[in-house]
Design a binder for this molecule. Structure first.
Ligand SMILES: [Zn+2]
Length: 84
């Protein structure tokens, strides 16, 4: 991946806009949601691009949330994290 953020979507060449997004993940019936993540979103097709290394960090956070949700059963199958 390029160090400089690309200006256009590699899927459709649409314009990328800096946005704060919310992503939902589901694994084995457990749902986690992370909101407040800064990312670049294509204004045409909605493709999401993270800063270099950002996708890995989100994946790590999601893995931790799933581990927490499984360890603490009082979450009733749903857990949220917010970045601000
Ligand atoms: Zn696009």
């Amino acid at each position: 991946m390029n160090k400089l953020m690309k200006a256009a979507c590699s899927e459709c060449k649409g314009k990328l806009r800096r946005r704060t997004i919310t992503q939902d993940f589901e694994r084995e019936g457990v749902k986690v949601r992370i909101s407040g993540i800064k990312a670049w979103v294509c204004s045409r097709c909605g493709e999401i691009y993270f800063e270099p290394g950002g996708a890995d960090k989100v994946a790590q956070a999601v893995n931790c949330l799933f581990a927490l949700a499984v360890a603490e059963r009082q979450h009733k199958g749903s857990l949220r994290a917010r970045v601000s």
